[in-house]
Each structure stands twice: as structure tokens, then as C-alpha cells.
Design a protein around this ligand. Structure first.
Ligand SMILES: [Ca+2]
Ligand SMILES: [Ca+2]
Length: 160
């Protein structure tokens, strides 16, 4: 007698697919305002004839770095971080824009210097964010005065 073999159901259990669980989440709260911070700056080529730019960001009239240093130096291929500029920051509403202007400065004053271009954080972008949601805005700042330069600057909006 040949008894019919049954295939254990467990043999195929390895292929069991976990059912998708749709988790109900509370409606995300829209941001009322946003914090805007520097996220990154990379130097392709620099503006100064001596091959080293002395850089600051001007944000709402404030120059960064502002306390511990007068500028942050960068050469071609350099990579700068927020801490190098003493954390440039602004708070905007859903209706305001803020401009992060990159400046190339000269001593001995090391003031506002020359504008190399700017990255703008827009209130309309802020209005699209939920609280704690972030968006990074990337801009390439390029020109040819006094020499051909190119920087890639990233700023980050965080919904508040
Ligand atoms: Ca220089
Ligand atoms: Ca300079």
C-alpha cells in the first residue's frame, strides 16, 4: 500500500508574507515657522587671487563667523561645515524669505567684503513643512570676479 504523502504546510511557511500594516498616524502638524541653518559648503574654485578665500556668511545683517573668528578660510576643493562659520542661523515665518549671502572679505577690517552670491530660504518652502520636517536647499554660487570661482552651498530648513 502506498499512502499518499502530504506536504507539510510548514514547508511553505518560509514564504509567508507579512501582511502590510497600515498604521494610523495623527495628522502631521504644519510648521508655523522654520529654523534655517547652514548645512554644508564646498569650494570648487575660489575667488581670491592668492588662492585662499576668507569667507563669511551674512544673514539678516549678522556676519558669521562672528565671535571666535573673523572669517573661515577655504581653498579649491575645500569642505566647510556649519561649525566653521559658527552656525549661521535665522528663523523665518511661512511668509518670509531669508538670504544666506556668501562674502569674501579682506583684512585688516574683515568686514562684509564682497558678495559671492546667496542662497535663499523661502517662506513658501517653510509653509510646506511639518514640524520637525526638514528640507535642504542647494545652490551653486559662481562668478568670475576677481577670478573664476564656484561654491556649492546647502542650507537646511527645519519646521518649528
Ligand atoms: Ca585670500
Ligand atoms: Ca580675501
Amino acid at each position: 500500500m502506498h499512502s499518499r504523502k502530504t506536504i507539510a504546510a510548514l514547508a511553505v511557511a518560509g514564504g509567508l508574507i507579512t501582511p502590510a500594516v497600515l498604521t494610523a498616524t495623527p495628522a502631521a502638524a504644519a510648521a508655523a515657522s522654520c529654523r534655517v541653518t547652514l548645512y554644508d559648503i564646498d569650494a570648487g574654485s575660489v575667488a581670491d587671487r592668492d588662492g585662499r578665500d576668507e569667507l563669511r556668511f551674512r544673514v539678516e545683517g549678522n556676519l558669521f563667523p562672528r565671535f571666535d573668528a573673523k572669517y573661515y578660510p577655504m581653498r579649491a576643493g575645500g569642505d566647510g561645515d556649519p561649525a566653521d562659520f559658527e552656525h549661521p542661523v535665522a528663523i523665518i515665518s511661512r511668509h518670509d524669505d531669508v538670504r544666506f549671502s556668501l562674502r569674501e572679505t579682506e583684512g585688516p577690517a574683515w568686514g562684509a567684503g564682497d558678495n559671492l552670491g546667496s542662497v535663499v530660504a523661502r517662506g513658501s518652502t517653510c509653509a510646506g513643512l511639518d514640524r520637525n520636517e526638514t528640507e535642504i536647499v542647494t545652490e551653486t554660487l559662481a562668478g568670475r570676479q576677481p577670478t573664476r570661482y564656484e561654491y556649492v552651498v546647502r542650507i537646511k530648513l527645519t519646521g518649528l
